[in-house]
Design a protein around this ligand. Structure first.
Ligand code: K7E
Ligand code: CUA
Length: 662
């Protein structure tokens, strides 16, 4: 035990040394000259020109997904996913609140890690982005027509939903694997009895081809290890999914030591086609549970929560030949599959060498039953029977690997702060480049597909220290853009990111540009409080609820004078934006409202609530500078005392909207 603690200590010391010595190197003249020259040209997108690629970069502990352009590194939009966003009213408006509903109640925050774009025939198709939430296990689907979150599904029997949300090559499935094993189902039991009594859920969510809607098709009840990352097989290995594991020791305390005992952990290879078949023939057991499935309806502009009460659970022992363990160097983090589907790479973050397994060898080994015992009934394939080779001493602390179409892998090294390019076939390092500093994931557009788009690589860094203007104790995390079209990696650009950029997904811009939505059709608006014209606007009292059906158009609200509201009422503003022009949202906010403003897109209806606490005449206004007369876009609500008999009335320019003028 002592020696292990010592070696981990040394490891950390080395890490600190490498990180802290890096800045001085940067101050040398070495890389500045290169950057100033043709790199500037390569990232320059002239005013009015468009970037060639989209990058969707996870917001980590912000819970969101940020949209950047490449090569400029410009931030275009933050898409709210798992956290409330007052800028857009997401999670504050009545219509979007159900998106954040879970079996634990309304959860206004999440930790988003791995975006992945839907695929058709092994290439990213630009229809949806999926992203996982780690803390309260969920997967979200975001539309790339509206750049809005359309669906969030909770994952039962999971905890730390980390080996998610990766998509198979025809978007058959998106997976969710638990990082922390837990009692399955949850129950009250001593923590010390974890070993053999906890399980790890690997969930396979079927994606509807047309709508993208997700459904948990089955959940595999795996041994109680930690399932850290995953990637689908592709091409020849399509039909398989690979998950890295650590803590095969099943330790429950001081994990940095106790989960680092075994010299090898596993990559779990799952033949999902086989399990799919087993399930289609009535296999698996329905287990009672309770989880939220939240979906957005673009006709009613409203999200609803459906409570799911059971999940289909598959035990590995019931589907022989579907699951194998591949021994992999110490505590692997990343688990990546190359574009051909032949090589499966495990990045043992505590190992000196990286493990490269061969899919062809794996199949042969299974045929030959080249096993080295089993773990909880799951055969462990002999290391030599599945291993293609090791990449020796590539760097310190390998985390993640992406690929180009020329047979190269690109791996990040957290501790030695570098990206290393290596040839998969001959397991030789070709080039290495410093990153600033402590890189996590990297992304090549189309990286998780058969057809990566080989031009750019984005490294996402945890520590930036002296790279940006200081902003107090917390400095932004960042991304670094490389040109990978040549033999050598060429650093082009640093740009800051929101939250923590774990993973990212990238795609050529022309796969999305023509498809993005510009407005919502007013004609097709089926929101129960949606209206088509000012003539339909009104204010109705129902007990102590007041429902204001309101419209907005450049540059006024209708109605804009409302009386008869009383202290103690709950006022609902149901607001329709009547505009049918691109890029003309209006906002609305009410003094003292305990929600955010709403930013309402053309043709859409959205609702916020206000509970006036004091009598008076209170203003509301448009929050988005929408026209030359934006400052005139305002109105008043008169609030009378509780029990007052001022009747409800509402006007626009002195008239009741919709009534004929004399
Ligand atoms: Cu390495 Cu969540 Cu994929 Cu962060 S994880 S780096
Ligand atoms: Cu509408 Cu400003």
């Amino acid at each position: 035990m002592k020696t292990i603690i010592k070696s981990i200590f040394l490891f950390v010391i080395t890490a600190t040394f490498l990180v802290s010595c890096a800045p001085s190197e940067k101050k040398g003249k070495s890389n500045k000259g290169v950057i100033a020259g043709n790199a500037a040209e390569k990232v320059y997108v002239a005013p009015g020109e468009l970037d060639s690629h989209y990058a969707f970069i996870s917001g980590g502990f912000s819970g969101q997904l940020a949209v950047y352009g490449l090569p400029s590194g410009r931030l275009f939009r933050v898409i709210p996913v798992f956290s409330q966003d007052p800028e857009k009213g997401y999670g504050y408006s009545e219509e979007t609140k159900p998106m954040l509903m879970t079996s634990h109640g309304f959860v206004p925050w999440g930790d988003s890690h791995h975006p992945d774009i839907s695929q058709t025939k092994g290439s990213v198709d630009g229809r949806w982005v999926f992203i996982n939430e780690n803390n309260t296990p969920r997967i979200a689907r975001i539309s790339l027509e509206t750049f809005e979150t359309e669906e969030i599904i909770e994952i039962p029997n999971s905890a730390g939903n980390h080996s998610s949300s990766f998509v198979t090559e025809n978007s058959e499935y998106v997976v969710a694997g638990t990082r922390f094993s837990v009692p399955f189902p949850q129950r009250d039991m001593p923590i010390s009895e974890m070993k053999g009594n906890f399980s790890g859920a690997l969930s396979f969510l079927k994606i509807d081809e047309e709508t993208g809607h997700m459904n948990i098709e089955f959940q595999i009840k795996m041994p109680g290890f930690n399932y850290d990352l995953s990637h689908p097989g592709r091409g020849k290995s399509h039909g398989w999914f690979f998950f890295s594991t650590y803590n095969t020791e099943e330790a429950n305390s001081l994990m940095e030591v106790n989960a680092s005992q075994n010299d090898k952990d596993f990559i779990a290879a799952i033949n999902w086609k086989k399990i799919e078949e087993y399930v289609a023939n009535g296999g698996g057991k329905k287990m009672p549970t309770n989880y939220a499935h939240n979906t957005w309806d673009d006709d009613t502009h409203t999200a609803t929560t459906e409570w799911k009460k059971e999940v289909l659970v598959v035990e590995p022992k019931d589907v022989p030949g579907a699951i194998y363990f591949l021994p992999t160097a110490k505590s692997p983090h990343g688990c990546d599959v190359d574009p051909t589907g032949e090589y499966i790479i495990g990045n043992g973050k505590l190992a000196a060498a990286m493990t490269v397994h061969s899919f062809t060898k794996m199949q042969k080994a299974i045929e030959d039953k080249a096993f080295d015992g089993e773990a909880y009934g799951i055969p462990i394939i002999k290391f030599d029977a599945v291993n293609y080779g090791m990449l020796e001493n590539p760097g310190l602390g390998p985390l993640h690997t992406e690929f180009d179409t020329r047979g190269n892998g690109y791996t990040t090294f957290f501790i030695s702060s570098e990206v290393v390019k290596w040839n998969i076939k001959d397991l030789k390092v070709i080039d290495r480049h410093k990153v600033y500093y402590s890189v996590g994931h990297l992304m090549i557009p189309g990286g998780n597909s058969r057809t990566p788009d080989d031009k750019y690589l984005v490294a996402m860094n945890k520590i930036t220290k002296d790279r940006y203007l200081p902003t107090g104790p917390e400095v932004c995390q960042s991304a670094q853009l490389f040109d990978i079209s040549g033999e050598k990696l060429e650093l082009l650009l640093d740009f800051p990111t929101i939250g923590e950029p774990h993973y990212a997904a990238g795609i050529a811009a022309d796969k999305i540009i023509g498809k993005t939505k510009k407005i919502f059709s007013l004609k097709e608006n089926k929101h129960p409080y949606g209206v088509k014209s000012e003539a339909e606007t009104k204010v109705v009292r129902k007990g102590n609820e007041v429902h204001i059906t309101m419209t907005m158009i450049r540059s006024h609200f209708s109605p804009d004078n409302i009386e008869g509201v009383k202290v103690g009422d709950k006022v609902f503003f149901h607001v329709t934006n009547l505009e049918q022009d691109y890029d003309v949202p209006h906002g609305i906010s009410m003094i003292g409202a305990n929600t955010s403003e709403l930013l309402i897109m053309p043709g859409r209806t959205t609702t916020f609530t206000w509970e006036p606490k004091e009598v008076g005449v209170w203003p509301f206004y448009c929050t988005d500078f929408c026209s030359a007369l934006h400052q005139e876009m305002q109105g008043y609500v008169r609030v009378s005392p509780k029990g007052s008999n001022v009747p409800i009335s509402y006007t626009l320019d002195g008239d009741i909207p919709g009534e004929e003028e004399e």
